[in-house]
Design a protein around this ligand. Sequence first.
Ligand code: PEP
Ligand code: MN
Length: 264
Amino acid sequence: LVSRDFHPTSSVIDAAGVLIGDGQVPVVMAGPCSIESEEQMVSAARLVKAAGARILRGGAFKPRTGPHSFQGLGIEGLKLLRLAGDEVGLPVITEVMRIEQLDAVCRYADILQIGARNMQNFDLLKEVGKLRYPVLLKRGMSATLEEFLAAAEYIVAEGNERVVLCERGIRTFERATRNTLDLSVVPLIREMSHLPIIVDPSHATGKRSLVPVMSRAALVAGAHGLMIEVHPDPEKALCDGAQSLNGPGFSTLMDELRGLLTYL
Ligand code: PEP
Ligand code: MN
């Protein structure tokens, strides 16, 4: 169902009024890794909106590697995300990790994110497939392209065709970057599937200095959008500060991308 053989024309996904796919201006989703407080979330929302992002991100349920790291504010975080999105007039996206969280996440978010660690949580994929919410499906850190597309197939097979794919870097022997951004999957997915594909250069590199150049590279490779972590004060971020841009950094990046963001 996700293959171009089955569906030759490219799908354009309506994500809460923002069109993602071929022929559309590439979308930029931005915001902090984690929702930390009302002040942090509202200031993040203001600065990403001012710079031109069209979707606000923020994690309330965080899949952290260790149990002692900040796990997210949960439902309280979802409320702050909604408040910040409404404050600046942006639709919001957040990660859902478990089926039990779906009711709450659907109440407050416009777009559901399935994280890399849950790309093969097949029960969760089937469940979001039954909903009528747009879904951003991130590639598992050790998933082949075939497995990535098979995961998307689970969602579409249940009837939800509003799936956007996201390349966020894969695990390789290289440790100089957090992950290895597999940019060649962008044109490859465009050949193989009708679903839109965006790139997350923040998790792919783990280094804020690499985010601008890899953002440009992603758009040149044909990505339909970007997901970028932005924090008002990255040094104080509870999660992923090293890969987060601050307000001025994000605004400069958006200025640099302007030419590419109108290129279809
Ligand atoms: C995220 O986007 O907040 C995140 C945890 O990313 P990933 O699932 O790609 O690691
Ligand atoms: Mn993060």
